[in-house]
Write a protein that binds this ligand. Structure first.
Ligand code: UT7
Length: 332
């Protein structure tokens, strides 16, 4: 029997309506449109407003739309994986909540937490289930309500993040399309540079942790930047070399959207012209597990069957990696 591969057969994303602009942010903290555009490249980010709404409320419309778009019955889904670091609650898994909301009844589901590399790790995990031959339809959704852990009194982090979800459907093929290769890394010593100090089992919520604002993202930006800019570029170049891909063979780089300078450095390292790099950070900021599917969704009409894509990410943990994906369908 020929080797089964997992192909992406559909993509969808969803963002909330509310746009938090740099101008509004500059009325909340001591910052400016000029600083944010020069240092990061973000103009606005979407924020999910409303009491009691969580990442599942981002993931639900993304997955519901994906099912409609691909004419897939929820009952046919075998597995749903949700990449998130902002689950609705510690348990049950946000994946289960999304499944319930969209009527997925014959699947099992779980969350995967790998911060900004979450979508890549989840995509490969979903692909492995498909490649096993036992799972025919797998949904991988990246959903993060980053506004729920962003400190809007901290100018060093609050301009960076936004809320969004993006989802793909994976199905098997015996043809040479789909997930061709991946390289993943973690370095746990990176924990101290980017983390949520409290609210986990090591430091549960208390009056003190709330007063100390420890339920918000803590980031030493410069240190993370130095690791990100080298490692994301290296791992993207490494997967090209391992698969004998020259820059002219690559149709698109699909990079995690944390900072335009990191994206530019990765594109340059791969020898790609700017028009081969998917970029939408200006409109959405860093949506963590959602950046890569959000990019694929926005650029879907430009993707052609056989296009060779390199997906690359770097994030908290540290976690980083790249995926070589051969796109499996033409625009409709
Ligand atoms: O996706 C997860 C992984 N995360 C990342 O990849 C993020 C990596 N890091 C970064 O993207 C960048 O480090 C940041 C965008 C977070 C910061 O940019 P930077 O060029 O590293 O700035 P910096 O932290 O070195 O700060 C430079 C200056 C400082 O002032 P002084 O000390 O030079 O007077 C900051 O206080 O900019 C100041 N600053 C700001 N000024 C205006 C910091 N934040 C702001 C702000 N507005 N929002």
């Amino acid at each position: 029997m020929k080797k089964l591969r997992a192909i992406v057969t559909g993509i969808n994303a969803w963002v909330p309506e509310y746009r938090l602009t740099n101008n509004e942010l500059s009325r909340m903290v001591d910052t400016s449109d000029e600083w944010i555009m020069q240092r990061v490249g973000i103009k606005e980010r979407r924020i999910l407003k409303g009491e009691g709404l969580g990442s599942s409320d981002l993931g639900e419309p993304a997955v519901r739309g994906l099912l409609e778009k691909t004419k897939t019955s929820p009952g046919d889904i075998d597995l749903l994986i949700c990449a998130t670091i902002t689950p609705d609650m510690a348990f049950p898994a946000t994946a289960n909540i999304i499944s319930e909301k969209v009527g997925i009844k014959n699947a099992f589901s779980f969350d995967l937490a790998a911060a900004c590399s979450g979508f890549l790790f989840a995509l490969q995990t979903g692909a492995a289930y498909v490649e096993s031959g036992r799972f025919k339809k797998v949904i991988v959704v990246g959903a993060d309500k980053m506004s729920s852990i962003t400190d809007y009194t901290d100018r060093t982090t609050c301009p960076l993040f936004g809320d969004a979800a993006g989802a793909v459907l994976l199905e098997p093929t015996e043809e040479e399309y789909g997930l061709m290769d991946y390289i993943f890394h973690v370095d746990g010593s990176g924990e101290k540079f980017l983390y949520l100090k409290a609210g986990g089992s090591a430091k549960p919520a208390s009056h003190e942790t709330v007063d100390a604002r420890e339920h918000f993202i803590y980031q030493e930006g410069q240190s993370v930047f130095k690791f990100a800019v080298v490692n994301m570029a290296d791992v993207a170049a490494e997967i090209m070399e391992r698969n004998n891909l020259k820059s002219e063979d690559i149709a698109w780089l699909v990079p995690h959207q944390a900072n335009l300078r990191i994206i530019d450095a990765t594109g340059r390292r791969m020898g790609l012209p700017p028009e081969k790099v998917m970029i939408n950070i200006e409109n959405y900021g860093n949506t963590t597990a959602a950046t890569i599917p959000l990019c694929l969704w926005e650029y879907e009409s430009k993707l052609k069957k056989g296009d060779k894509l390199i997906l690359a990410a770097f994030g908290g943990g540290f976690t980083w990696g790249s995926i070589y994906l051969k796109w499996a369908y033409d625009p409709t």
